[in-house]
Design a protein around this ligand. Structure first.
Ligand code: MG
Ligand code: MG
Length: 248
């Protein structure tokens, strides 16, 4: 568990390093290089690099790309959103978290998409207690996002995490209370709502990786790693470094 905590803090800090550099005029390749350097300087391995052939350290998903975008020479511009997903492997265990950054000023509706998606993650986390089921998490995320007028991507989900980056159980972002796999104390899981402004329909891009919205409206993605406990979960990764509540 201590190694899981260390990985979770490292991914949290890596996302903050990226976030500090997110600005109009920067390319996602530049951000990826920053992150990879930071991860390696901290003695860890970027676990996404080479995972099923994924070509980069981080996933960089702009605007209508939901997840799994490749970093590229794309130059970020004012009003874009950038979802950054980061994985680390350190001393045999995995860290995995994601954050969607606004590039400069974004429209009010896009800002609302980001706020609602992040809040839905915290609602999902609150449901992740020993004895609950994965459907309790999914229901918490889905009901909050759909009440806000947004839609839940169903083809992708959160997951257990530990020695492997992706372990059982799967953690869907939709579902029914009381259904799904039972959560037990000590399980470490990633909860990661992927929420679309428009339709929930997505497709796989020609590169075989990037998942994009069919209507090309924006999509947001926030992910934290949580240890299931009795009563209340222990949130292992944090957005505090990104949002300035803790110093890097
Ligand atoms: Mg992730
Ligand atoms: Mg994940």
């Amino acid at each position: 568990m201590e190694l899981m905590r260390e990985n979770a803090i490292l991914v949290s800090k890596t996302l903050a390093v990226v976030g500090k550099a997110v600005a109009p005029g920067v390319t996602t390749n530049q951000l990826n290089r920053l992150a990879e350097t930071y991860i390696r300087d901290n003695g860890a391995i970027p676990s996404f690099l080479g995972y099923d052939g994924f070509p980069a350290a981080l996933c960089m998903s702009v605007n209508d790309t939901v997840v799994h975008g490749f970093p590229s020479d794309y130059v970020l511009k004012e009003g874009d959103i950038l979802s950054v997903d980061c994985g680390t492997l350190y001393k045999g265990y995995n860290g995995d978290s994601a954050y969607t950054f606004a590039v400069g000023e974004v429209s009010a509706e896009v800002a609302r998409l980001l706020a609602v998606t992040k809040e839905s993650l915290y609602r999902g986390i609150a449901a992740a207690v020993a004895g609950a089921r994965t459907g309790d998490i999914g229901h918490a995320v889905q009901s909050y996002c759909e009440a806000a007028g947004f839609s839940v991507v169903r083809e992708l989900e959160g997951h257990g995490v530990g020695k492997e980056m992706h372990e059982n159980p799967g953690i869907p972002n939709f579902g029914c209370r009381g259904k799904g796999a039972k959560l037990t104390a000590g399980m470490t899981i990633c909860i990661e709502p992927m929420i679309n402004m428009g339709s929930r329909s997505v497709y796989l891009a020609n590169d075989g990786w990037a998942v994009k919205t069919v209507d090309h409206k924006p999509s947001a993605h926030f992910e934290l790693t949580v240890a299931v406990r009795k009563g209340a979960p222990e949130v292992l990764s944090t957005f505090d470094f990104i949002e300035g509540r803790r110093e890097l």
